[in-house]
Design a protein around this ligand. Sequence first.
Ligand code: SER
Length: 593
Amino acid sequence: MTAKELRKRYLEFFEKRGHAVLPSASIIPEMDPTVLFTTAGMHPLVPFLLGQPHPQGRRLVNCQKCFRTDDIEEIGDTHHLTFFEMLGNWSLGDYFKREAIEWAMEFLTNSSEGLGLDKEKISVTVYEGDNQIPPDEEAAGIWEEVGIPRERIHFLPRAENWWGPVGDSGPCGPDTEIFVDVGLKACSPDCRPGCGCGKYIEIWNLVFMAYNQTTEREYHTLRQKNVDTGMGVERALQVINGLPSVYETDLLGPIIDKIKKIARIREVAPEQVVILRILADHIRSSVMALADDKGLVPSNVEHGYVIRRLLRIAIRKGHQLRINGPFLGDFVPTVIEILGGIYPELQRSQERVTTELAKEEKRFRSTLRRGLRICEKLLKEKGELTGKDAFMLFQSHGFPLEMTVQIAEEHGQEVDVSEFRSEFERHRQISREAAQGRFQSGLADHSEEVIQLHTATHLLHQALRRFVGQDVVQKGSNITRERTRLDVQLDRKLTEDELRQIEKWVNEMIRRDLPIKRETMSPEEALAMGAIGLFGEKYGDQVTVYSVGDVSMEICSGPHVKRTGVLGTFRITKQKRIGANTLRIRGVLEAAT
Ligand code: SER
C-alpha cells in the first residue's frame, strides 16, 4: 500500500462516519508558545479538546505534519523519525471508547475499506490504573467484544498507557495502544507489546482524553470526554507492507535511493545503514520544517537551531559517505515529489528552501574546508596526523575528530584517538588546576543571585569577545551572591569606551528578555556549532551547552536563569590586571527599578 492510498482510506473511512476532514495545521504550534513544534495530531486541537466549539463540528479527522526532537538519539533505528505524518480521528465530546475501538478494529481488519490486517496478529495495551485513575476495564471489555482475546490485552502502567499533556498542562488521559505482531521471534518468555524488542510494533494509539492536567499535576475531569487517536503513517506503512523499516516505504525509500546515487553506493555496507537513515531523516525533516509557511530559517535559536543542528549532522553524515560537494538542495525536488501533493507549501517554498539549504551548507562547509586545508598541510609536512593534531583542529577550529580520522584514513594513516583523548584530558587537567589555584572558579552556591550573575557572566564574556576581540578567552570565574569576577586573557585594561559598549550591550540583551536554552551534545558538535568551550568543566562524551538567545553559546554545566529579563541592570565595578596576560573584571547586577 502506498502512503497516498493509506491516507485516502483513513480519511474516507472516518469521513463516512461523520468526521469533517481538516487540512494539516502548521508544524509550529499556533496557540502554544511553550512547545517548539507540533508533536502530535491533537496538538493544534488543544483548545477544542478543552471545550471551545470547533467550527467543523465534533467529529474530525486529518493527516497532521508532526515533528519530534526528543527522539533524536533514536534516529537510525527501524522506526523513529524526526518529521512524520500522523493520521488521527477526534471526538470532541461526541463518541467515546466504544465507537473509537469498534471503528479502529474495523479499519484495521476490513480489507475493502481499511488495511486488511489479520486480527490474530493484533494485540493491545490498556491502562492498568493507579491511586488517582482506575484501571481501564471498560476499554478491555470492548476489545474483547470486538474479538481480541484477554491474553492479547495487556494492562500497563502510566509510563506506557497514559498520553499527554503536551507541555506542562492540558488535556490528557489513559490510552489504549494497538500493536501488530510482525512475526519475529519472541525476545523472552515475557515478550509483549511495549517490551521494545521489535516483534510487536505499535501502529495506533487511542487516547480517552477525559482529564485536564494542571501545572501542579492535579487532574480535573474535563467538561467533555474526547477521543484523540494517532496513527503514524510511515510506521503503519512499514507494518502493512511487511517492510524491515520505515526507510523502505514510498515516503523515505526514494530519498535513500537518491543518497545512494549521489554517493555512488551500489551495495550498502552494514556500517552505512544507519548513516543513510539519519541522513534521509534529517534531510526530509529539515526540508519540511523550512517549507512550513512560518518561514523558518536555520539560526542559533529555537526552531532555527533545531534545523541547523539537523543540517550540520546531515552534512557530516554526507561527508562520511564521501559526498564532497553541496548536495542538500538536490533533495528538495525529491521531497516535493513524495509529499508535495499533500503539502502544497513545499511547492510554494521551493526556491526559499533551496536557498536556505545552500547558505547553511556553505557556512558549515567553510569550517570543514579550513580543517581540511590544515590537515592536508600537516600531511604534506610530516606525512601523518597525530592525536595532538586532531585535538588542535578540534579545539581551535571546531573541526570534528571523526573528520580528521577520515582524512587520515584516506591517506592510509591512522589517527591515534587515544592520544586525542589524553590531550583532551591533559587540557582539562590544566584548567582544573588553574581553576583550583590562581583562578578560583565556580559558583559560591546555587542561590537566585548567583544564578542570575552566572547568566550575566556569559553575556559579559560574549560582550568582551564582541567588542574587545574574539581571542579574549575566559580563564576563570568566581561568582558570589554579591558579584561576579571574571578573569580573561588580555594584556591590558579596557578603555572607557569599551566599558561603556560592553555594559550597554549586556543590558540591551537583558532588556530583550532572551530565552536561555540548555542542550546536551558531543563536545565535537558543540564546538562545531560555535559554542565557546571552557575547559575545566566536565567534559565527557556529552557536554551541556547553554545558549542565551542567539547571542551566546557556551559549554557550561549551569545553572542559569530561564530568561534574561529577570537580571536587572548589569554594571562593571572594577577591572584590574593580574599578571601579564590576565585581566580581572568584577560586575554586579542591580535590581531593576
Ligand atoms: N496524541 C496521541 C499520540 O500522539 C494520539 O493521537 O499518540
